[in-house]
Design a protein. Structure first.
Length: 675
């Protein structure tokens, strides 16, 4: 079977669709793309045919010995001449059509050159039978070469005519012999011509199939590339999104660890952007973000810097630079680019009437317990320092600045003594059923304070607890506390508690939870454990096994912060979550048409997976109404209830204040939970 060359066009990006091409164009394309294959096949075929043709001189000496010398000379001369002409054409890059024509002509001339001296033999009786071997030439034309049907027909017809004529010369008076062998020749002609026609058809169909497969493959590749671009692109601004930025950060971090290639993380956001939104509206705010992102992206491309949206109005740039001066120059280029656009921001009331940005920079450096998160945190601190300095400026993180001192070690020490010194406590935020307006569950949230009473943000102490392993005792304490505070007193039918990747990978975690339920007498069906979508899939077998063991205890498994990471779809495919909590950022972005469409698509996706839908971050009545319109089952946020201590949490029969007036209003779209 012939090999098919890659599809070529004048424009490399064009994909040929066979269904939209004329038959003549397909034939022309077939001829072009099989030219090399057909040339090689014809060349090999003629070399083989000439060798066999010359070797048949041996049979001439046995069967027609009186003219064998002449026929042998004829065979040798014709065969040698045919190969010479063939190789000459091949060396001069002749196309397949020329080579195939030479092969067909060589067969016809070869048969005729042997036939003329062979008919001079006196061994007529032998020649009457020997002439039948001429059918080999006819079959060779039709079967042993990949010749186009028209060429093979002309050449095999010529051979048929010569064969019938020679038979007539040998036995002009034996009509039976003449009729029999003529019929035999014609039968061979028809049979081999039909086979040649079918083979050519099959080769063409194989080409069409390969062309269609190539087209489908290219289309699939382009769709895959488009999806890859979409998954790495911020839907609003068109620059890299958090996923792409995280990957680039990891690349730079790995290069720094392995090759000592330093890099800078540059964070910046638009000054007083909330006031901008309040003044000009969210749609204009989105346009501002798009304009700033495009202008900065254009500028940073000149410096070979990776750039993306980090969240909200905050952007990030990652630059592999050697010196602090290089990083400062890039940061200043960002600040100047935005200021030079002169986008009006007349309600700032700080003496500036245009859109500006504040920029914070941190660079990779040797420090105690270096980590990628630490560099980002340092850039974030530098950004807020720029805000404190009056905005529209650049600030470089200084580890010697008292306000920039790394609190990691202090927090780690606090966590080690947290339970013994009552530094940890729990608060509970209500989860409201949109159909009834009533509180039907609470999410347990851990709070932590330093020894001097200073509160520590969960975003600070939880990563440190995971790194130090303190998350294991703290996590079990949180589950126990939630069960005692709310479930034993029947203040709510269900409570949810967040768990960490470290807990899921602990081989004894599921058993510890089982022992805790047995000790407190709590039914596992009243407990929900939330895992965040940002949880990576490393060691997923252990994590999934742990989740199944927890599920067997009756515990509900919820997926938290859906849409913020890149593993959410994989988790939905691998595990049947009871509830999926859609991250609040999608609700807050739903003020724009594109943001609302994104949120609606996510709700539809979760709905089709059969899980209950909880939308987080409901902060006003309009967001609550939107959640109801989209068909969410539950909501959570400051509008329906802030986190409170257990003794202040409303009982389960209470109606959330933010939805009391809408409690009887039905959802606009029916979504049924998994049975």
């Amino acid at each position: 079977m012939m090999s098919l060359l890659p599809i070529k066009t004048d424009e490399p990006s064009i994909v040929l669709d066979p269904s939209k091409m004329a038959r003549s164009d397909l034939r022309q394309l077939y001829n072009v793309h099989t030219d090399g294959t057909r040339t090689a096949a014809a060349r090999r075929g003629l070399w083989f045919a000439v060798i066999v043709y010359i070797l048949f001189s041996i049979s001439d000496f046995f069967l027609i010995a009186d003219v064998a010398q002449l026929t042998s000379i004829a065979r040798l001369l014709v065969g040698t001449a045919s190969l010479f002409v063939l190789e000459l054409a091949y060396r001069n890059k002749a196309g397949a059509g020329v080579i195939e024509g030479l092969c067909a002509l060589a067969l016809v001339v070869g048969y005729l050159s042997w036939l003329v001296p062979a008919l001079q033999t006196e061994a007529v009786a032998t020649m009457r039978l020997y002439v039948i071997f001429g059918t080999i030439f006819m079959m060779g034309v039709n079967l042993f070469f990949i010749l186009p049907f028209t060429i093979s027909m002309f050449s095999s017809t010529a051979i048929l005519v010569f064969m019938v004529f020679s038979t007539l010369l040998i036995t002009p008076n034996d009509l039976n012999y003449l009729a029999t062998f003529t019929l035999f020749y014609i039968s061979c002609f028809i049979f081999t011509a039909y086979v040649n026609w079918k083979l050519n058809q099959e080769r063409f169909h194989v080409f069409l199939n390969a062309l269609e497969a190539s087209y489908q493959h290219r289309q699939a590749e382009e769709r895959g590339q488009a999806l890859e671009r979409l998954s790495n692109t911020d839907y609003l601004t068109g620059v890299d999104n958090r996923r792409a930025i995280d990957a680039r950060l990891q690349e730079c971090w790995d290069a720094w660890l392995s090759q000592d290639t330093s890099f800078a993380v540059i964070l910046f956001d638009i000054d007083l952007f909330k006031r901008y939104n309040d003044c000009y509206g969210h749609q204009t705010g989105d346009e501002c973000l798009i304009t700033v992102a495009r202008a900065v992206n254009t500028e940073l491309r000149k410096h070979g810097v990776s750039f993306g949206r980090f969240g909200g109005e905050e952007f990030i740039a990652i630059a592999q630079v050697e010196t602090k001066a290089d990083a400062l120059a890039i940061a200043e280029a960002i600040r100047r680019t935005v200021e030079d656009m002169q986008l009006p921001h007349e309600q700032r009331k700080d003496g500036i009437s245009v859109v500006t940005v504040s920029v914070g920079i941190a660079m990779s450096r040797q420090s105690t317990h270096p980590s990628l998160n630490k560099i980002i945190q340092e850039a974030d601190r530098a950004l807020y320092a720029a805000k404190r300095e009056g905005r529209n400026c650049v600030h470089f993180f200084d580890p010697r600045d008292p306000q920039s001192i790394d609190e990691t070690e202090t927090i780690a020490a606090t966590l080690r003594g947290a339970l013994q010194n009552n530094l940890a406590n729990m608060v509970y935020q209500p989860i409201v059923n949109l159909s009834t307006g009533k509180i039907e569950a609470y999410e347990a949230l851990m709070r932590m304070k330093m020894f001097d009473g200073t509160p520590i943000s969960p975003s600070r102490f939880i990563p440190i607890a995971e790194d130090t392993g303190m998350i294991l005792p703290l996590g079990l304490w949180a589950i126990r506390r939630a069960c005692i505070d709310l479930l034993l007193s029947d203040r709510t039918p269900m409570v949810s508690v967040n768990i960490s990747r470290v807990q899921l990978k602990s081989p004894s975690f599921a058993r510890s939870v089982s022992d805790l339920l047995a000790e407190t007498g709590i039914d596992g069906r009243r407990l929900a454990l939330e895992i965040t979508e940002g949880l990576d899939l490393d060691g997923q077998a252990d994590a999934l096994r742990c989740l199944r063991e927890l599920s067997e205890l009756g515990i509900r498994i919820w997926l938290d912060d859906f849409g913020t990471g890149f593993a959410g779809l994989s988790w939905l495919r691998m595990f049947p979550f009871d509830t999926v909590k859609i991250d609040k950022s999608f609700l807050h972005d739903a003020s724009s048409a594109s943001g609302r469409k994104m949120l609606s698509d996510i709700v539809d996706l979760v709905h089709h997976r059969g899980a209950r839908i909880l939308i987080e971050g409901v902060e006003d009545a309009s967001q609550l109404e939107l959640a109801r319109e989209l068909g969410a089952h539950q909501v959570q946020g400051y509008h329906t209830g802030r986190p409170t201590p257990a003794d202040l949490a409303p009982v389960m029969s209470g109606v959330a204040p933010g939805v009391a007036k809408d409690a009887t209003k039905p959802a606009l779209r029916q979504i049924h939970p998994r049975q």
